[in-house]
Design a protein around this ligand. Sequence first.
Ligand SMILES: Cc1cc2nc3c(=O)[nH]c(=O)nc-3n(C[C@H](O)[C@H](O)[C@H](O)COP(=O)(O)OP(=O)(O)OC[C@H]3O[C@@H](n4cnc5c(N)ncnc54)[C@H](O)[C@@H]3O)c2cc1C
Length: 390
Amino acid sequence: MQFTHEHREIQKTLKRYIDEHINPHVDEWEVAEMMPAHDIFKGLGDLGLLGLTKPEAYGGAGLDYSYGMAMAETLGHIHCGGVPMAIGVQTDMATPALARFGSEELKRDFLAPAIAGDTVGCIGVSEPGAGSDVSAIKSVARKDGDDYVISGQKMWITNSLQADWMCMLVNTSDGPAHKNKSLVMVPMRENGKLVKGIEVAQKIRKIGMHSSDTGLIYFDEVRVPQRYLIGQEGAGFIYQMQQFQEERLWCAASTLQSLSNCIEWTVEWAQERKLFGASLADQQWVQFKLAELKTEVESLRALTYLAVERYVAGEDVTEWATMAKLKAGRLNRVVPDTCLQFWGGMGFTWENKVSRMYRDGRLASIGGGADEVMLGILSKIMGIAKRPVK
Ligand SMILES: Cc1cc2nc3c(=O)[nH]c(=O)nc-3n(C[C@H](O)[C@H](O)[C@H](O)COP(=O)(O)OP(=O)(O)OC[C@H]3O[C@@H](n4cnc5c(N)ncnc54)[C@H](O)[C@@H]3O)c2cc1C
């Protein structure tokens, strides 16, 4: 995959925004355990960065997914994982199905403002009793007149303490678990206040990703017009699995720069740090470990670019996106951990850049499908494991 002048220009624009409007405030947002999502999204929306791959009719740029990947990669310049994740939810996790299958009305009312940065969105799949096993969700939308009446709980929801709407996976019938689900657009706030029946039950404290708010949300008989259904009723599971493709490509692409930074920071540190009459970087063990990590990161880059290239060509990239997500999860553990070791006590301090990556990066093996879920998908594609009959 070759980056063109346009890819580079988009990356430069985003990098400038990050340097001027994001990185100077990251430390303060980490302490507050919340970033100002509306302000940041408005800034990005004004630069045209929230809809690179979305249709022009709704304010997007109508570009192919390689531009989304270029953006995701550049988000890795942000000095934490929480802010990129919050942005990725808006661009690559909560909106792909809406853009692909949503009605004109839904795209006008939800997609266009999301692209402009006027609203903050979230994606509601996981629940207290169902994360890896998406088919086991319990939230229900029953029909009453022209409305759905939604009850249930959504857990771990990124952006949900600030979100104006949720793209929510719910059960719309009692049928088989893979055919009874639908994606519904649920307005969460009006004039900044939570809609009747929605409660933020908990702001979840986490070991990392502190700039990003994560909530447990209760829904008690929340009324939503049935026309807020995305696409076909009962196709929600399939739509969500497709939506996961972009989420997983995004996860892989967004870690490339931050992993490279982690290695570079550690090289600089090792060259400066003196011990046993030489620099730490003079130890061959340190040189070899860092060289090996770089090789791993560049392998992930090659895999991710290949997956995106095939996705742009219109191929089903389930296998490639799954492998890239798995490898990204693995490297987000091994790279910060290995680097942190070379920082000694400094690596064990809270403010250290590498220690923040160590905490934030741990999520990559859990969120958006745990490593074991990726391995399960690959085992089925390889024909090693049987596909479940339900
Ligand atoms: C910070 C954060 C942000 C998140 N944001 C969102 C969001 O915005 N929207 C949303 O819907 N969800 C979100 N999630 C939820 C995330 O996707 C889930 O946590 C994830 O899918 C795992 O589900 P679970 O936590 O219920 O773990 P479980 O499903 O209970 O799994 C526990 C562990 O079991 C293991 N496991 C799972 N399946 C298998 C298997 N087949 N074989 C062997 N071992 C297995 C894995 O190691 C896994 O970590 C977020 C989570 C976190 C922590």
